[in-house]
Design a protein around this ligand. Structure first.
Ligand code: Q9C
Ligand code: ZN
Length: 357
């Protein structure tokens, strides 16, 4: 199986996220992608290729060009503040209620105002190498999509930073550009067919849902912790079914606290049924492994067996599958969990032997 990877992600190395008023070590660390790379390299059944640069057009096909421009300039802007802090964080957010009844204000000028304008949370700091890393994650997704169009049954892009929380005109949740949405839009354009997205990250992919909410040609199916208790809190409810031409093309399957392998796989089957009933020959998978029982920021009870079985059930759809990395924060088992998901997808036996305690 072909894997698209670049070491460019190492330059996105923020140190902190803010939680309950405190700076804590960020969970979305470079070692995540490195441990996945090593697990796939050691397997021997994966070949690695660098992403091919695709330029900005596929990015602005999905995102507000002004957001792209902001991200490109953010680090330089922040430096001009004379800040000594090594990471860009927002502290003030323009909620609609701030200017309620006043009409829109001017485009913000201050770097602190600008970051609050585009970033929706306090978990998504930027550093000098963030923009380049985020663009290279997009290129990895697009390169893998092209390989699939050239005839591969299944390709994996080791995207970092992840993407599914980034909406058309907003970023956050460790995500900057929506790798899966950009790849899906590219695939719609190249194939002229509808495209389905299956998002199995623990967190609802609010960005992907938002981007395609009114579209009937892209199906979004997501399994995630119920937003009644889980980030991103404001989207991911079962009654969000799409709007206008997209009505019926959005399927949310919120999962209960402590969800077991069996309950998870039953929900996966419901999602796969919706995908099977939808047209098209390609599937994009937003592969988050933060559903794992030992994940530090999530509350389901999945074990590695579930990932192998999930990959197997996805393969049974008979579609070409583009797999993109999203979350997953229990680093000691992350590589083997991703590997086992991909082994299942390829019809190869599972291997639980390398899961150290
Ligand atoms: N205490 C992805 O998995 N913080 N993003 C949640 C929980 C942000 C997750 C706070 C989590 C973002 C791609
Ligand atoms: Zn997640």
């Amino acid at each position: 199986m072909r894997v698209v990877y670049t070491a460019e992600h190492l330059r996105h190395e923020p140190r902190h996220e803010l939680q309950d008023g405190e700076a804590i070590g960020i969970f979305e660390v470079p070692e995540r992608a490195e441990t996945i790379r090593r697990a796939l390299e050691a397997d021997g059944g994966f070949t690695f290729e660098e992403p091919v640069a695709h330029g900005v057009d596929p990015v602005t096909a999905v995102h507000d060009p002004a957001m792209l421009a902001y991200l490109e300039d953010a680090w330089r802007d922040w430096r001009e503040l004379g800040e000594t802090a090594g990471e860009i964080f927002p502290d003030t957010f323009p909620l609609p209620a701030l200017r309620e009844g006043m009409g829109p204000g001017p485009e913000p000028h201050s770097p602190r105002a600008r970051v609050g304008r585009w970033c929706f949370d306090t978990a998504t700091p930027m550093v000098e190498g963030t923009y380049g890393a985020a663009r290279s994650a997009v290129d990895a997704a697009l390169t893998a999509a092209d390989q699939m169009l050239e005839g591969e049954d299944a390709v994996y892009a080791l995207c970092r930073p992840p993407g599914h929380h980034a909406a058309r005109a907003m970023f956050g949740g460790y995500c900057f550009f929506n790798n899966a949405a950009i790849a899906a839009e590219h695939l719609v354009g190249r194939t002229g067919e509808p495209v389905a997205i299956l998002d199995v990250d623990y967190h609802h992919g609010n960005g992907t849902q938002q981007i395609f909410y009114a579209r009937g040609d892209v199906l979004y199916v997501s399994l995630h912790g119920d937003p009644d208790r889980a980030y991103p809190y404001f989207s991911g409810f079962a009654d969000e079914v799409g709007a206008g031409a997209g009505e019926g093309a959005n399927v949310n399957l919120p999962l209960p606290l402590g969800c077991s392998n069996e309950e998870y796989l039953a929900n996966l089957d419901r999602g796969l049924e919706a995908i099977g009933a939808f047209g098209g020959s390609v599937l994009v998978v937003s592969l988050g492994i933060d559903t794992y029982g030992r994940d530090p920021i999530c509350d389901l009870s999945l074990t590695t067996e579930a990932y192998h079985e999930a990959g197997k059930r996805v393969a049974a759809l008979g579609r070409s599958v583009l797999v993109l990395q999203e979350g997953g924060y229990f680093v000691p088992h992350l590589g083997q969990n991703v590997r086992n998901w991909l082994l299942g997808l390829q019809g190869r036996p599972r291997d639980l032997s390398l899961l150290s305690s």
